[in-house]
Write a new protein. Structure first.
Length: 279
């Protein structure tokens, strides 16, 4: 949550760089209920982050890998809605930074998102140390706040693994970095979480390791009350070939050969709307 003494009433920093982007919710971004899906929202957030990075005039030797994103959606955007996205650096560390994005829509959509991005060397892919040029551009809006890249979501256990099913990757899921695009993980969340068009939601998604094209993910989900937990796991060498070609509800034990966690997410549904301090 922004500090009151360094941010405006709208949640934007009182000083420093803020980049604004505009998007319209298109047909490919919604389901039958006309609500913008979580994976579409993730793309919007990623797009405005890229717009910021492209105009910051920093050295091209630094790239960014997404570590986590937390979304607080008070009102979901709807088909045809015009959105204004305002993004800024809200905290920093030596090798990663926190980005906050505030979204308002012409029909009342409201979204507050915080993401952690890890700096990497574009030649080697290794984590890179941020230098004075980065802090000159992004330090003022961060206001000295420290960004944490710690992952907080655990692993699935017991019966959740028994209900695991394959999550086949498509060629179109792979981006220019040679990894599965970040928004694909949110598509997996959308596949199991039941969100209504008038619901509010708080969602956190963590990227534990990059998903390479050769990985065979499995999808695991748990549901209790208004909260969902979702994972993508590497099926692992022990499970290679098991359940190949199986579809939804492929059968028990699909996850028993699973390896490491690729993605972990949690979603809480607030059916009556969310009162947010970020409006």
């Amino acid at each position: 949550m922004p500090d009151a003494d360094t941010h405006t009433d709208a949640g934007l920093p009182a000083v420093g760089r803020v980049v604004e982007g505009r998007r319209k919710v298109r047909m490919a971004d919604v389901g039958p209920d006309r609500r913008a899906r979580l994976d579409a929202l993730a793309r919007y957030l990623h797009d405005v982050a890229e717009d910021d990075a492209a105009t910051a005039t920093l050295p091209p030797t630094i790239g960014w890998v997404l570590r986590s994103t937390r979304m607080e959606v008070s009102t979901f955007p709807a088909l045809g809605e015009d959105l204004v996205l305002r993004t800024f650096c809200s905290a920093t560390a030596n090798r990663w930074a926190e980005r906050t994005t505030i979204v308002h829509g012409s029909q009342g959509a409201q979204l507050f998102a915080v993401s952690i991005w890890v700096a990497v060397d574009t030649q080697t892919g290794a984590p890179a140390r941020l230098d004075e040029r980065f802090f000159a551009v992004y330090g003022p809006s961060a206001g000295g706040r420290h960004a944490s890249a710690r992952l907080v979501l655990g692993e699935p256990e017991g019966r959740a693994l028994d209900r695991a099913r394959p999550w086949p990757l498509r060629r179109s899921d792979v981006d220019a970095w040679g990894h599965v695009n970040n928004a694909v993980a949110w598509a997996a969340v959308e596949d199991v979480v039941d969100i209504g068009p008038t619901d509010a939601a708080v969602a956190l998604l963590e990227h534990h390791v990059p998903i390479d094209p050769g990985i065979e993910p499995i999808l695991v989900a748990e549901h209790e009350g208004d909260r969902w937990s979702v994972w993508l796991l590497d099926r692992g060498e022990a499970g290679r070939g098991a359940g190949r070609g199986a579809g939804r509800g492929a059968g028990r034990g699909a996850g028993r050969g699973a390896g490491q966690v690729l993605v972990a997410a949690t979603v809480r549904i607030l059916a009556t709307g969310m009162s947010s301090s970020h409006r």
